[in-house]
Design a protein around this ligand. Structure first.
Ligand SMILES: C[S@@+](CC[C@H](N)C(=O)[O-])C[C@H]1O[C@@H](n2cnc3c(N)ncnc32)[C@H](O)[C@@H]1O
Length: 148
């Protein structure tokens, strides 16, 4: 997902529904990006903070216990999602208000009639033993205001 979004050290990566924080922690560790993880579950936020400490990227990331619909995400340059299609659809208006050029990547779930700018099939897991999983990932670029 981070590769598809072409993440750079200048990016601010928001993972909405960040779970254990792996996406923003990886963005910080591999790409040197700043990251913000939002999750409504306090245990996930606790775990994410611990994981950031272990990975040595506490200075680049922060985690916020919040509802992703209420969180201020205006400084995002990349947004990552692994939610549900109905949640993506509800989020669309908030995402379309982000700075034009902001990249949005979603694991598995699309945005209905907002067609992605890119799409990839990702194979993960142990395909040698037939345990491989296939994930569809989607990239959208927030268009200039007059094209929305
Ligand atoms: C499938 S996990 C994805 C975790 C992480 N983004 C990843 O890809 O590894 C979805 C996460 O979204 C969180 N979540 C669901 N609804 C939310 C909401 N309204 N606001 C914030 N977090 C939410 C859940 O608590 C869960 O941790």
């Amino acid at each position: 997902m981070l590769k598809l979004a072409d993440v750079k050290s200048t990016d601010v990566v928001y993972d909405l529904g960040c779970g254990d924080g792996r996406i923003v922690i990886t963005a910080a560790k591999i790409y040197g990006a700043h990251g913000v993880g939002i999750d409504i579950n306090p245990q996930r936020i606790h775990d994410a903070k611990e994981n950031a400490k272990k990975a040595g990227v506490e200075d680049l990331v922060r985690f916020e216990e919040n509802d992703l619909f209420k969180a201020n995400i205006r400084d995002a340059s990349v947004v990552t999602l692994f939610l549900l299609q109905k949640v993506n659809l509800r989020l669309r208006p908030k995402l379309l208000k982000l700075k034009p050029g902001t990249r949005i990547v979603s694991n598995t779930f699309d945005m209905g009639d907002w067609k992605p700018d890119k799409e990839e099939t990702l194979k993960t897991g142990d395909s040698e033993h037939g345990l491989g999983l296939s994930h569809q990932i989607f990239l959208w670029i927030v268009p200039p205001r007059d094209q929305k």
